[in-house]
Write a protein that binds this ligand. Structure first.
Ligand SMILES: Cc1ncc(COP(=O)(O)O)c(C=O)c1O
Length: 383
């Protein structure tokens, strides 16, 4: 079986409403941070239940502003999974701090409070667990751990818009950051959101995202920034344009519908994979949760071919796959700088060699799904 048209592993779900909304902003005189940012932040708060929110150009920008606000730098340590995207470890490095990598659970790919606790030292300033692929991490366990040690808990919720933990949406309490990169559950092209129940901290982030001025890029009263706004502290230029923000406004309206699609696809894969023992899906958490089904990762468990070969063979059949993630601690810079021995994080390393994300995005048809399953079976059978 070779598909006629390439099936990507993900693609944004944008339609006439998004196109019309962007054109609407382009026809106004205000295309940078303005009323659409405010609307996006307000809607985001209403949806997640967050107390305060600041939109930025990416989740990575949020990390930079946050490291600056917390004064994390040389001599400090930040606990992170190695099974994650490179953003957080890179940000720690760029601020002169040390990312301390912790092994994940072999089947949920999330770090546990116990594993994080074993990595705490007097230099630990922050713990940043990831809600992996759209499943929530053990929030109660991490909150208790962070409180007991007086360490800042930051939730990496890049995959978790719409995810619930014990009946509460991620973002409703604590401090979290989201991404709106094109493969995420909603997209603004590029973008990110900081949320916190500490309103004063959020005000600091709002200032840091725009040069550290005492005023945001847009002030509703002056219809723009006050010309006499003063630098309170040096800040960044991470404000989101209204062209991007308006996409978020429309996509948020569609989020439940989009997430329902992702859940339909995940359920279909889980049914089909009962017939393919060589592809192991992730395990789901034991506590009460709602999954946002951001990704559908599987692990290849066979000695007959490598994961890279399988991805290449699926590509020949016009099926795309993703890799979420390659272990960060084994990537060139980190391996050379810290000299981790093979087997340092066994579960992370085992998964890093075997993971691939199957196509999963709203709008995938039953035929697309059947093609992926047939192609996987054929590749595994050597066809
Ligand atoms: C777990 C995780 N954290 C952080 C990020 C960074 O998000 P952004 O690309 O918006 O900076 C990503 C993006 O893919 C991610 O998957």
């Amino acid at each position: 079986m070779t598909r006629e048209r390439f099936l990507p592993f993900s693609k944004p779900c944008l339609g006439p409403r998004e196109i019309e909304a962007v054109c609407g902003v382009l026809q106004t005189d205000w295309i940078t941070t303005g009323p659409k940012n405010t609307e996006f932040e307000e809607k985001f708060k209403a949806y997640t239940g967050a107390v305060s929110a600041v939109a930025m150009t990416s989740e990575t920008s949020v990390m930079f502003a946050l490291f600056r606000a917390l004064g994390i730098g040389p001599g400090d340590e930040v606990i992170t999974p190695s099974m994650t995207w490179v953003s957080l470890p890179n940000t720690a490095e760029l601020f002169g701090a040390r990312p301390v990598f912790v092994d994940c659970d072999r089947d949920t790919l999330m770090i546990s409070p116990e594993a994080a606790e074993a990595a705490i030292t007097p230099r630990t300033k922050m713990i940043v667990p990831v809600h992996f692929a759209g499943a929530p991490f053990d929030r109660d366990g991490f909150t208790e751990l962070a409180d007991r040690h007086g360490i800042f808990l930051l939730e990496d919720a890049a995959h978790a818009l719409g995810t619930q933990y014990k009946g509460e949406k991620i973002g409703a309490s604590g401090t979290a950051m989201f991404s709106f990169h094109p493969i995420k559950n909603i997209t603004t092209g590029e973008g990110g959101m900081f949320v916190s129940d500490d309103v004063r901290f959020t005000a600091r982030l709002r200032s840091l995202k725009f040069h550290g001025l005492g005023q945001d890029a847009y002030d509703r009263k002056t219809f723009g920034r006050s010309p006499r706004a003063q630098v309170l502290e040096p800040g960044f230029k991470f404000n989101l344009s209204d062209i991007h923000a308006v996409l978020g406004v429309v996509q948020l309206d569609r989020l439940e519908e989009l997430n329902a699609e992702r859940r339909r696809i995940a359920a279909a894969y889980r049914r089909a994979l009962t017939e393919i023992p060589e592809l192991i899906p992730l395990a789901e958490p034991k506590y009460d949760f709602v999954h946002s089904c951001h990704l559908f990762p599987v692990r290849l468990a066979t000695d007959r071919l490598t994961r890279d070969d399988m991805m290449a063979k699926l590509k020949e059949k016009n099926i795309g796959t993703g890799l979420h993630f390659q272990s960060v601690h084994q990537q060139k810079y980190y391996a050379e700088k810290y000299g981790f021995a093979p087997g340092f994080l066994p579960a992370t390393e085992w998964n890093s060699e075997r993971l691939m994300s199957l196509p999963s995005f709203p709008g995938m048809t039953e035929e697309d799904l059947a093609d992926v399953i047939t192609a996987c079976k054929e590749v595994l059978a050597g066809v």
